[in-house]
Design a protein around this ligand. Structure first.
Ligand code: SF4
Length: 756
């Protein structure tokens, strides 16, 4: 959309440039998600407009575990953020943010912000009192010293941390735990572990082509991905590919805004993606359309895979399983195999099933057998960590003398663990992050006595919320580090107010694109907030005051010096910079080939693409990418809980701008399912299953199939809605190999709906 078009639209609809009306007009036209973000500046935001003189410019980066990890320019006057925009230097961010990103200016100045350290007189009572930082640190430090004396170790201290802020220096939280001794860590990742393992078995690592290279695809399948909402900056490359003649196929059980933009949409039966991929593979094999040279030179196990396809897979079987007609499967399979280069974007929803890893392996095989791995415009695109080679100085702190932990264990891993092969005599105690509630309830000797929650909102985002409420009754002390009074804070004893991205120094890499951004402190920390590094230093000061030598973490932090310690020559060379300070002039792009595996040297044991992986078999899975059934239904409807356009996990939805547009939760139900239940559009309904229930408004729509009820994962500040009341912690098939714990079958859930 050009500026002229926008002016015309505004004229036609009588819109002024007020933010609310602007969003309303855009929504009325259904273009909000596809509009270039630079047109959505919060021109009448609390902090002013974008035409003032004397603005200071700072560099920031969105750290919210989003594909896009946007580079941000922040405009400040007299110490107040006036407005923000996407950094134009990054060809990926391209000067624009998403709707959520533009609401950032509401975050540091929100009246709901936690301003001071506070203590709750009785957990869950709501009786919060302001305390000083010194008092908070003293209470926590005394408790940590007490549990160490009682247990003879620090294993009674558990850390629940994940992706609320992916800035590299926020690994200070892990570093602080290390500096106290061997502790208990909730490890793994709820997001993408099954797919990570699958790609490691097939290719030897998770590594995707540069998303900017999608523009070179001649055929593009978006499989279980909804970039129109969740990676808006990737859409321009998809459009560019389409403009050059590429066909775009979207496969999703839900008619998403991405599906609307595709040339072909397949409403696949949920969790049957693997059957569909294998049916396509069988047809490609039968037609002799696979890339013989590529397979012969660059892979092992293809003959066994071909035998499996011939003996056990038919297109008709795939059609019956997936709900996609056989003729369509054949057509798309032929087109995909013959249009070179062709690529598949494997979304994370695809692998959030009990058969998720097996499914991703089947999709990988489709890309490999057509010779599309290692090619610009090709690739099985899932994610990468190739630009994350920092020192992790904040994370790698020494333990105090004489620390005792788990004897001889290997220690916890994680998808962002870079501690190398070092194996100490002792290790931390690993608990499965995806079974947080169960682990806290059942872990003993010692039990989880102190729980430290940072960059995470387990009550809203982790699974089986009713069990989580029980689990949060067990620890003797719960400390949350937060910006807002989330449900997790409500069940904590002490809350420590933490800085927003605008108030701290850090650096951000992406797990999708190839850009690196500095995050400068643009404004002074509001109220009494502190960064995670400063909180760690404050705790270290108090621990050493009360018991010298009990914490090795530095007691004073200069954030700029800390930045120097996170960088190394490898990072400088990769990004073509001389110093981290160069990033103050704008983000830098890694000097990597746009095609992953372009040298066709794979990280597998054989050094080739492995259609047959003995390592996968050793780990208890099938050696070949064979079909695996999904979870057996235990209720009448399938329950899907994807991300909303207006938030990431539990973040953003609580901000006032988002609330105006997305004020309350709702669920989607197909009119066919509604009719048999006597439910009408707008009714209040109860969605329930064997673990819990939620009550909310229903919207009737055929964007979801008749066997699905769908609601978004989100946290509303004034509404007790929580979709995790209905999502249990059943594991997916893979994830333990590379992330330390299997994933969760987030979309392998079932429920029913009644009118209330
Ligand atoms: S949420 Fe994603 S798209 Fe939006 S500003 Fe942050 S990184 Fe960019």
């Amino acid at each position: 959309m050009t500026g002229n078009n926008l002016e015309q639209i505004k004229k036609n609809l009588g819109c002024s440039m007020s933010r609310r009306k602007f969003l309303g007009c855009m929504a009325a036209m259904g273009v909000l998600a596809s509009i270039p973000g630079s047109l959505l500046r919060p021109m009448d935001g609390q902090a002013g407009n974008g035409f003032e003189q004397g603005l200071e410019i700072f560099r920031n980066a969105c750290p919210r575990n989003c594909y896009d990890t946007c580079s941000i320019k922040t405009f400040v006057k007299d110490g107040v953020i006036k407005y923000i925009e996407g950094a134009p230097e990054s060809t990926f961010t391209d000067g624009g943010l998403c709707v959520k990103g533009y609401a950032y200016t509401r975050r540091p100045y929100s009246p709901d912000r936690i301003k001071y350290p506070m203590i709750q007189d009785q957990r869950g009572s709501g009786n919060w009192r302001r305390i000083s930082w010194d008092q908070a640190m003293e209470i926590i430090a005394k408790k940590l010293i007490e549990i160490n004396e009682k247990d003879g170790s620090m294993l009674g201290l558990a850390l629940a941390k994940y992706s609320g802020n992916f800035g590299i220096t926020n690994y200070a939280v892990e570093g602080m735990m290390t500096s106290l001794g061997y502790t208990t860590r909730l490890i793994g990742t709820p997001c993408w572990p099954a797919g990570i393992d699958a790609q490691n078995y097939d290719l030897g690592d998770m590594w995707c082509n540069d998303p900017e290279d999608m523009a070179n695809a001649r055929y593009l399948i978006l499989w279980g991905a909804n970039p129109a909402w969740n990676s808006v900056h990737s859409m321009k490359y998809i459009y560019a590919a389409q403009e050059r003649g590429a066909k775009v196929v979207c496969i999703d059980p839900v008619l998403t805004q991405t599906a609307v933009k595709a040339d072909v949409y397949w409403e696949v039966e949920t969790s049957m993606d693997g059957a569909l991929a294998l049916g396509m593979a069988r047809h490609i094999l039968d037609q002799g359309l696979y890339d013989r040279d590529w397979v012969r030179n660059n892979s092992i196990g293809f003959d066994e895979f071909a035998d499996y396809l011939r003996n056990e897979i038919t297109v008709d079987w795939a059609a019956q399983k997936s709900g996609i007609p056989a003729e369509q499967i054949k057509n798309v399979a032929e087109e995909f195999a013959t249009a070179k280069p062709a690529s598949i974007w494997i979304g994370y929803g695809l692998q959030r099933h009990v058969n998720g890893g097996a499914t991703v392996r089947s999709v990988d095989a489709l890309v490999a057998m057509t010779g599309n791995v290692g090619k610009s415009g090709g690739g099985a695109r899932y994610g990468h960590l190739r630009t994350w080679g920092f020192n992790y100085h904040a994370l790698l702190q020494p333990r105090p003398e004489g620390s005792v932990g788990f004897l001889g264990a290997d220690g916890p891993l994680g998808d962002f663990d870079f501690s190398g092969d070092k194996v100490d005599e002792y290790s931390d105690r690993p608990l499965n992050m995806n079974k947080t509630a169960e682990e806290i309830l059942t872990t003993d000797e010692p039990p989880v006595r102190v729980l430290w929650v940072s960059c995470k909102n387990p009550l809203s985002q982790d699974f089986d919320r009713n069990k989580m409420v029980e689990a949060f009754k067990k620890p003797e002390l719960i400390v949350s580090v937060e910006q807002f009074f989330t449900e997790t804070v409500e069940l904590s004893d002490i809350v420590l107010p933490v800085t927003t991205l605008f108030e701290e120094w850090t650096v951000n890499a992406s797990y999708w694109h190839y850009w690196l951004s500095i995050n400068e402190q643009a404004i002074k920390p509001m109220y009494e907030t502190k960064s995670n590094t400063e909180i760690a230093a404050a705790l270290s000061r108090k621990m050493n005051e009360l018991k010298p030598g009990s914490c090795t973490y530095p007691t004073e932090i200069d954030p700029r010096e800390w930045m120097i310690k996170e960088f190394n020559q490898g990072i400088y060379d990769l990004f073509g910079i001389d110093s981290w300070q160069d990033l103050k002039n704008g983000p830098a792009k890694a000097k990597m080939h746009p095609a992953s595996w372009h040298d066709l040297k794979f990280g597998t044991p054989s050094g080739k693409y492995e259609f047959k992986s003995e390592l996968c078999a050793e780990h208890g899975h099938q050696a070949l990418p064979k079909f695996k059934e999904g979870r057996k239904p235990y209720d009448k409807l399938r329950l899907l809980t994807p991300h909303t356009k207006f938030g990431i996990h539990s973040q953003f939805v609580n901000l006032d701008w988002m609330e105006e547009y997305n004020p309350k939760p709702f669920c989607y139900l197909n009119p066919i399912a509604a009719e048999s239940r006597g439910i009408k559009d707008g009714d209040q309904v109860k969605v329930f299953n064997k673990i819990g229930e939620v009550q909310l408004e229903v919207k009737l729509t055929d964007i979801v199939p008749p066997d699905v009820v769908m609601m978004y994962t989100a946290w509303f500040r004034n509404n007790p809605y929580n979709c995790q009341n209905l999502v249990d912690d059943t594991s997916s098939d893979m994830g333990a190999y590379k992330t330390g714990a299997p994933g969760v079958a987030i979309h392998g859930q079932f429920a029913d709906v009644v009118k209330v």
